[in-house]
Design a protein around this ligand. Structure first.
Ligand code: GUN
Length: 284
């Protein structure tokens, strides 16, 4: 049976480290602060934003939430982002995605000052991640890398297969695995024989968002399976892309959903906020 990688426990240890850093900054009169923008009433986004606020409370980061109505205009958001950019007491700015369809998300992400872009979605930060000199790392892929590191699993020399090519997870995940000396294949909806690719994976990361996608026969015996997706099962319960029970009998380690990658993402957001606060105060 595979080892179940406990994202709650690993993230908890990381949050303790972040809390100690926050305390050290506060002793220097620097209070790390994260501003969160949520537009509309998407229930999943409301849950994510609440979890982010709770994590801020736990580690001592000040959180400022801007919960805005669904008909908020592009200009109102640009003005808000402009004022948060100019506010030296705010170190991180996060605009929760997805945004309502009438808004241009790319233009808004571009408006966030790169040094306050704790999601690492701004093209300047994406470029730095590509080059390999980024300070702010994309939260979910960075959380996956931390999980692997904590478990003593090195991507170096391994065949890593990433399912999904989104800007939030798939693409930056591939870059971080590559930077860690993995040999990386990125698969997507047009990949002709997905199972042939996944069976070659020593480390399989799935971020497709399709329950039941990864069956046991698609997993190489002894592989590590990291399930990033959060889906609803037929029973209404949360589940990932992998058939967890069956895959657990083939893999050497798997992440559960919930309690796997999700908590790591939030821990990385807290770490990025501290990193941003330090950088903006000339501390490195
Ligand atoms: N929506 C889903 N994941 C994310 C994330 O990591 N950051 C933001 N801002 N929105 C999201």
């Amino acid at each position: 049976m595979a080892k179940i990688i406990d994202g709650k426990q690993i993230s908890s240890a990381m949050l303790d480290t972040v809390a100690a850093e926050v305390a050290a900054l506060k002793a220097q009169n620097i209070e790390p602060c994260l501003a969160v923008i949520l537009v509309g009433e998407d229930p999943a986004s409301q849950v994510y934003v609440r979890n982010k606020q709770r994590a801020c409370e736990r580690v001592g980061i000040r959180s400022v939430s801007h919960i805005l109505p669904v008909d908020t205009t592009q200009q109102e958001l640009l003005d808000l982002i402009g004022s948060l950019n100019a506010d030296p007491s705010v170190h991180g700015i996060l605009c929760q995605l997805p945004l309502p369809a009438h808004l241009d998300a790319q233009q808004l992400l571009l408006a966030i000052a790169p040094e306050k872009d704790v999601d690492a979605f701004h093209p300047v930060n994406v470029g730095k991640i590509t080059i390999g000199n980024a300070k702010l790392l994309p939260c979910t892929p960075a959380g996956v890398m931390e999980m692997l590191r904590y478990e003593g699993i090195s991507p170096a020399g391994k065949h890593c297969v990433v399912l999904g090519r989104s800007n939030i997870v798939g693409k930056p995940m591939a870059l971080l695995l590559l930077a860690a000396d993995g040999t990386v294949t990125v698969c997507h909806s047009k990949t002709p024989d997905l199972a042939a690719e996944t069976r070659r994976a020593d480390i399989l990361v799935s971020a497709v968002g399709k329950r039941g996608l990864i069956t046991a026969d698609m997993v190489k015996p002894g592989a590590v399976v990291i399930d990033v997706s959060i889906n609803r099962g037929e029973d209404g319960k949360l589940c990932g892309d992998a058939d967890f029970e069956a895959v657990s009998r083939v893999a050497s380690a798997v992440t559960p959903v919930p309690g796997g990658v999700g908590p790591m993402t939030i821990a990385m957001l807290m770490r990025n906020t501290v990193t941003a606060a330090k950088a903006q105060n000339g501390i490195d």
